[in-house]
Design a protein around this ligand. Structure first.
Ligand SMILES: [Zn+2]
Length: 208
């Protein structure tokens, strides 16, 4: 009887330790955050179809934000602000004044790990939103790619260090978790946009 009792305590102890580790992981490694009050104000300042202002490297204040790492984004059940931000990022990247194939939230002043990427590898080439994207593996094979950036006016150049293929993990806006292999030009867009989440610009990659 005493043996069973001890075993039970041991099992309970393990469950306790394990649970603690899981919550420690979320707390220490991911540090998920919701939007700040200022960010919510910015997101809701205009209608869904109105583009947000793109931050530029030519502006000193903007430049500091573009060089800052973004926080992990907590996806809540009621995603009104997230849905609206995705719609406004889409309006921004589709605007004739800032037409692009991808955009990262820090480019509009929201330092959260959210990007929109045009999927040239999918039928209809849709824009899709990715939350907390992370590249798990890079192919050794590289590709040359002519790149530009909405935040860097009048500069286009060829990067030579982008991996041809990447293995990616991310969450969709519905909070579902995915791991995916992406290759070719779309893989470059992901690498470019995820760099933005770490305060890295494509012009840094030209020096590699
Ligand atoms: Zn860019």
């Amino acid at each position: 009887m005493k043996y069973i009792y001890n075993l039970l305590i041991l099992v309970c102890y393990f469950v306790f330790i394990n649970n603690n580790l899981i919550s420690m992981d979320n707390l220490v490694i991911e540090k998920n955050h919701g939007f700040s009050i200022k960010e919510i104000e910015l997101i809701n300042s205009q209608a869904d179809n109105i583009p947000l202002r793109i931050l530029l490297t030519t502006d000193k204040k903007d430049s500091i934000i573009l060089r800052t790492s973004s926080e992990y984004l907590e996806i809540k059940d009621n995603n009104i602000d997230l849905d609206k931000l995705i719609k406004r990022l889409y309006a921004t990247v589709n605007d004739s004044a800032s037409l692009g194939v991808g955009i990262a939230a820090p480019q509009v002043g929201i330092l959260k790990r959210l990007i929109l990427v045009q999927r040239f590898d999918k039928m209809g080439e849709p824009f899709e939103a990715y939350i907390n994207p992370k590249i798990l593996k890079y192919s050794e094979k590289k590709q040359d790619c002519r790149e530009g950036c909405l935040s860097i006016p009048n500069i286009m150049d060829t990067t030579k260090t982008r991996s041809y293929a990447i293995m990616l993990e991310y969450k969709s806006p519905d909070n579902s978790y995915h791991i995916e292999m992406v290759e070719g030009f779309t893989a470059v867009i992901f690498q470019h946009e995820i760099d933005h989440l770490n305060g890295i610009l494509f012009t840094d990659r030209l020096k590699e």
